[in-house]
Design a binder for this molecule. Structure first.
Ligand code: MN3
Length: 201
C-alpha cells in the first residue's frame, strides 16, 4: 500500500508565497486522492508488488490510471521536499557550479526553468533533471515525469514545479507566472543539492 508522506513543515509555513489553504487542499485532498486511486488501480495487476520507481520505469505497459496516479504520487512526494520555510536564495557548492556551467548563470537558469513552467500548455510540471551527469530543464504534461519510460526527455528529477491550476489558483488565479516567481522564495536548495549529489555519484 502506498501512503502519503507527512510534510516536514506546517501548511502555513510557505506563506505568503504559497498560502495555507492551497497547501491543505493540495496535500490533504489532491495528493491523498492520487495515493488512494493508485492503491486501487494496482490491485490485481502486474504493478501490485512493484515499487513506485519500478512502476514509473515500466509505465508504458501499465494502465492510464496507474500512470496518472503513480506519477501524481511521485511528483507531489518530491515537490513537498524541495520546498520549505526559511528557504529560497541561491544554491551553493557543486550544484551552483553545475548550474552556472550549464546555463551561464543562476539568473539564466531561473529564466529557462520559469519559461518551461509558464509555457507548459494546460496541466503539468517543470523539471530540473540529471541526465548522464548533466543538468537539463524539461517539462511534462499531466502527472507524467522524466522517470517514466514514455518520457520524451528522461532523467532523475532534482527540482519539480507543479503548474496545475490547483497548485496556485486560489491565491494567484490565472497568474501562473506570479506563482512561478513566488516559488523561488520557498525552494529548499539544500535538499535539491542533496538530490543532485545522489543523482551524480
Ligand atoms: Mn498538484
Amino acid at each position: 500500500m502506498f501512503e502519503i508522506p507527512k510534510l516536514s513543515y506546517e501548511y502555513t509555513a510557505l506563506e505568503p508565497h504559497i498560502d495555507a489553504k492551497t497547501m491543505e487542499i493540495h496535500h490533504g485532498k489532491h495528493h491523498q486522492a492520487y495515493v488512494t486511486n493508485l492503491n486501487n488501480a494496482v490491485k490485481g495487476t502486474a504493478a501490485e508488488n512493484m515499487s513506485l520507481m519500478e512502476i514509473l520505469g515500466s509505465i508504458s505497459k501499465l494502465t492510464p490510471a496507474i500512470r496518472n496516479n503513480g506519477g501524481g504520487h511521485y511528483n507531489h512526494s518530491l515537490f513537498w521536499t524541495i520546498m520549505g520555510p526559511n528557504a529560497g536564495g541561491e544554491p551553493t557548492g557543486q550544484l551552483n557550479d553545475a548550474i552556472v556551467a550549464t546555463f551561464g548563470s543562476f539568473a539564466a537558469f531561473k529564466e529557462q526553468f520559469a519559461s518551461a513552467g509558464a509555457t507548459r500548455f494546460g496541466s503539468g510540471w517543470a523539471w530540473l533533471i540529471v541526465h548522464d551527469n548533466k543538468l537539463v530543464i524539461t517539462s511534462t504534461p499531466n502527472q507524467d515525469n522524466p522517470l517514466m519510460d514514455i518520457a520524451e526527455v528522461k532523467g532523475t528529477p532534482i527540482l519539480g514545479l507543479d503548474v496545475w491550476e490547483h497548485a496556485y489558483y486560489l491565491h494567484y488565479q490565472n497568474r501562473r507566472p506570479d506563482y512561478i516567481g513566488a516559488f523561488w522564495n520557498v525552494v529548499n536548495w539544500s535538499k535539491v543539492s542533496e538530490l543532485f549529489a545522489e543523482a551524480t555519484k
